[in-house]
Ligand binder design. Structure first.
Ligand SMILES: C[S@@+](CC[C@H](N)C(=O)[O-])C[C@H]1O[C@@H](n2cnc3c(N)ncnc32)[C@H](O)[C@@H]1O
Length: 254
């Protein structure tokens, strides 16, 4: 398989091939831990939650188990079907929609965009559109949690080639590169499965803490905190994540 399209994130083949590597027992367990940490860090009230780019529900499932009504939005039918199966009777609404279009006026106390599910678009106006949609979908006291990887960490730690061996003899070769004046991460993934090789090329936007703060401010958010993980760790050059907690500002755009 080769994925060269600009819209790689909309291709079911990408998630069918690489999804099982990303969404496994370990990453589901870390999703549950992140939810517990974020409830504390963001001071989340027990209201409706929007999980944007939910995937198969690493965060939607533990949130719903804890009693939060969750709306899980994703473009992948495949991943939403996996979430549906796991959800059973839990209070999770599944919405197959693109985050560039999904908007529900003042409906959510919390919007989560986890594990770098934001930044996929080639056109920056689409990122602005998504943030405007989120802002409109939050209640006045609502919070946005953006979980990204910061360019500061990538610039310092990126390896030209990275190998991961999985239990079932699968080997993933990653060849990442920072491009476009350190604003995009281009990736080539080769998954070796016996004598089969799956190859994907994709890229996404990356921001520094300062840049994402400026973008959020431009879209009418006040940034309440920048952290290096969901526990509220320091955001520094060692921080593997760039976790931003923001609220609706006074005006919708500046
Ligand atoms: C890296 S996965 C993260 C999934 C989940 N947030 C997690 O932490 O496990 C990115 C997810 O975003 C979804 N996605 C990609 N583009 C999207 C779009 N334009 N609108 C909604 N969802 C999108 C993908 O289908 C995928 O489920």
């Amino acid at each position: 398989m080769t994925t060269l399209s600009q819209d790689w994130y909309l291709e079911e083949d990408f998630w069918r091939t690489f999804g099982p590597l990303m969404f496994n027992e370990d990453t589901f367990a870390s999703g549950a831990e992140e939810v517990a940490d974020l409830v504390e860090l963001a001071g989340i009230a027990p209201g409706p939650v929007l999980d944007l780019g939910s995937g198969p529900g690493r965060h939607a499932l533990p949130l719903a188990s804890a009693g939060y009504p969750v709306t899980a939005v994703d473009t992948s039918r495949l991943l939403l079907d996996q979430l549906k199966e796991a959800a059973g009777e839990l209070p999770i609404e599944l919405v197959e929609a693109d985050m560039r279009q999904f908007r529900r006026e003042q409906a959510f106390d919390l919007a989560l965009v986890m594990w770098t599910s934001f930044g996929y678009f080639g056109d920056e106006a689409d990122h602005v559109q998504v943030l405007a949609n989120i802002r409109d979908s939050l209640t006045d006291t609502g919070r946005l949690v953006l979980d990204l990887v910061g360019v500061e960490y990538l610039a310092r730690n990126l390896e030209p080639v990275h190998l991961t061996e999985y239990d079932d003899d699968l080997l993933l070769i990653e060849r990442p590169l920072l491009t476009d004046n350190l604003t995009r991460l281009e990736n080539e993934w080769l998954l070796i499965d016996g004598d089969k090789v799956h190859r994907a090329e994709f890229s996404h936007r990356v921001w520094s803490a300062g840049e994402i703060t400026a973008l959020l401010a431009r879209c009418g958010f006040d940034v309440h905190g920048i952290y290096g993980d969901c526990r509220g760790g320091l955001y520094d050059l060692e921080a593997e994540r760039l976790v931003v907690i923001a609220g609706r500002g006074e005006t919708s755009a500046r």
